[in-house]
Design a protein around this ligand. Structure first.
Ligand code: F6P
Length: 363
C-alpha cells in the first residue's frame, strides 16, 4: 500500500473583507491537518503575500485556533481589494504585470495547491494566476454583496443583511417619534441583494435597487399613501449603486485614486423631501456591514465551504469554486462563475414578495 503524499497548501483571503472569513480559514486548516495531515500556509494580504519579497506567509497550525477565531470578524490573514497582479498600480499612475512574481512565490514555497477566499473579481484574478502557474486552485466565495454567480450564498452576506436589518430596527422608532422619512443607504456594489433582503426583513416601505430604474415620483406616491393610511413615518432602503434619473450613479473618489459608490442616499433624500414635504434624514451604513461578529449562517457556510474545498484538493480537482445550492455544498467550474453575473432576479421570489407586501420598488 502506498501512503498518500503529504501536501502543502496555501490559503489566502482576497478583496473586501466580511464576517465569516476566519471561520472559512479555520475550516480549511482543521480539515487539511486533521483530515489529511497536510501543512497549511497562510498567505498574507491577498495576492500581495506572494508578490512581495520577502514572501509574506505564515504556517497555520491548529494551535492558532484557540476558540475565538471562529467568532471574529475581519480576516487574520489580511486582505487587499486593489493591486491586481496583472495590472499592479504604481505610484506614478502606470501599472505593471506582477503575476510572474506571484507564480514564482508559489513555487518557491513548494505549494501543491491554493485555496482562495474571494469575490467574483478575485475569482477572475486567482483563476488566471492558477492557469498561468499551472497550479491546482479552488475558490471559496465570499462577499457581502452576494453577487458571486452559481452560489445561493457567499460568506459574509447574511451578517451584512443582519446589520442592515438592525439599522432599520433602530431607525423605525426614531422615524415614528419625529414623523420623518428615514433613508438607509446600504452597500452591495452593482447588485441590490442586501437592500432587497434587508428591506423585506426590516419592514421598509420602499426598496431601491440598481436593477430597477428608480422613478422618485413613485416613491413619493407611496409615502403620501402611507400618510393617508394614518402612518406618520416611512422607511426607505437604497442600494449604494442606485442610478439617478439621469442614469448617473453617485461615487466618492478617495485619496489613493480609488473610486467607490457612496452618497446616493443623500441625493435621493433631498429629492424625496422636496417631493413629499416630509422631513427626511439619511443614514449611510457603510463598512458597519462588513465588520462585526459573523452570524450563524455565515459561520455554517464558511465551515462547509472550507471543508469541501480541502476535500476537492484531495480529490485532485482544480479550477472550481465551492458553492451553496439547494441546501448542499457543491462545486462549480470557475469558468462558469467568471463569465456570468448575479444581480437580483426581477422575476424571483424576493421581488414578488416585496411587491406582494406593497413595498415600492420605485417603478
Ligand atoms: O464588495 C464589497 C464592498 O463592501 C461593496 O459593497 C462596496 O461597494 C465596496 O466593497 C467598498 O469598498 P472599500 O472597502 O474599498 O471602500
Amino acid at each position: 500500500m502506498t501512503e498518500a503524499k503529504t501536501k502543502r497548501i496555501g490559503v489566502l483571503t482576497s478583496g473586501g473583507d466580511c464576517a465569516g472569513l476566519n471561520a472559512a480559514i479555520r475550516a480549511v486548516v482543521h480539515r487539511a491537518i486533521q483530515g489529511y495531515g497536510w501543512e497549511v500556509l497562510g498567505i498574507r494580504d491577498g495576492t500581495m503575500g506572494l508578490m512581495e519579497r520577502p514572501l509574506m506567509v505564515e504556517e497555520l497550525s491548529l494551535r492558532i485556533f484557540t476558540g475565538n477565531i471562529l467568532r471574529m470578524g475581519g480576516t487574520i490573514l489580511g486582505t487587499v481589494n486593489k493591486g491586481d497582479p496583472f495590472a499592479y498600480p504604481l505610484p506614478d499612475g502606470t501599472v505593471e504585470d506582477r503575476s510572474g512574481a506571484f507564480v514564482e512565490g508559489f513555487r518557491e514555497l513548494g505549494l501543491d495547491a491554493l485555496i482562495g477566499i474571494g469575490g467574483d473579481g478575485s475569482m477572475k484574478i486567482l483563476s488566471r494566476l492558477a492557469r498561468q502557474g499551472g497550479f491546482q486552485f479552488i475558490g471559496i466565495p465570499k462577499t457581502i454583496d452576494n453577487d458571486v454567480p452559481l452560489t445561493e450564498f457567499s460568506v459574509g452576506f447574511a451578517t451584512a443583511v443582519t446589520a442592515a436589518v438592525e439599522a432599520l430596527d433602530r431607525l423605525q422608532p426614531t422615524a415614528a417619534s419625529h414623523q420623518r422619512v428615514m433613508i438607509l443607504e446600504v452597500m452591495g456594489r452593482d447588485a441590490g441583494h442586501i437592500a432587497l433582503n434587508a428591506g423585506i426583513a426590516g419592514g421598509a416601505d420602499a426598496i431601491l435597487i440598481p436593477e430597477i430604474p428608480v422613478r422618485l415620483e413613485k416613491v413619493a406616491e407611496k409615502i403620501k399613501s402611507l400618510r393617508e393610511q394614518g402612518r406618520n413615518h416611512a422607511l426607505v432602503i437604497c442600494a449604494e449603486s442606485v442610478k439617478l434619473a439621469s442614469g448617473e450613479a453617485v461615487y466618492q473618489k478617495h485619496a489613493d485614486g480609488e473610486i467607490r459608490y457612496g452618497g446616493v442616499g443623500h441625493v435621493l433624500g433631498a429629492r424625496i423631501e422636496h417631493l413629499t414635504g416630509a422631513e427626511t434624514r439619511v443614514t449611510v451604513l457603510g463598512h458597519v456591514q462588513r465588520g462585526g461578529v459573523p452570524g450563524s449562517r455565515d459561520r455554517i457556510i464558511a465551515s462547509a465551504f472550507g471543508v469541501h474545498a480541502v476535500d476537492l484538493v484531495a480529490q485532485g480537482k482544480s479550477m472550481c469554486m465551492v458553492a451553496w445550492q439547494n441546501r448542499e455544498v457543491v462545486d462549480v467550474a470557475l469558468d462558469d462563475v467568471i463569465t456570468r453575473n448575479r444581480c437580483v432576479n426581477l422575476d424571483g421570489a424576493l421581488v414578488r414578495t416585496a411587491r406582494g407586501l406593497g413595498i415600492s420598488l420605485g417603478d
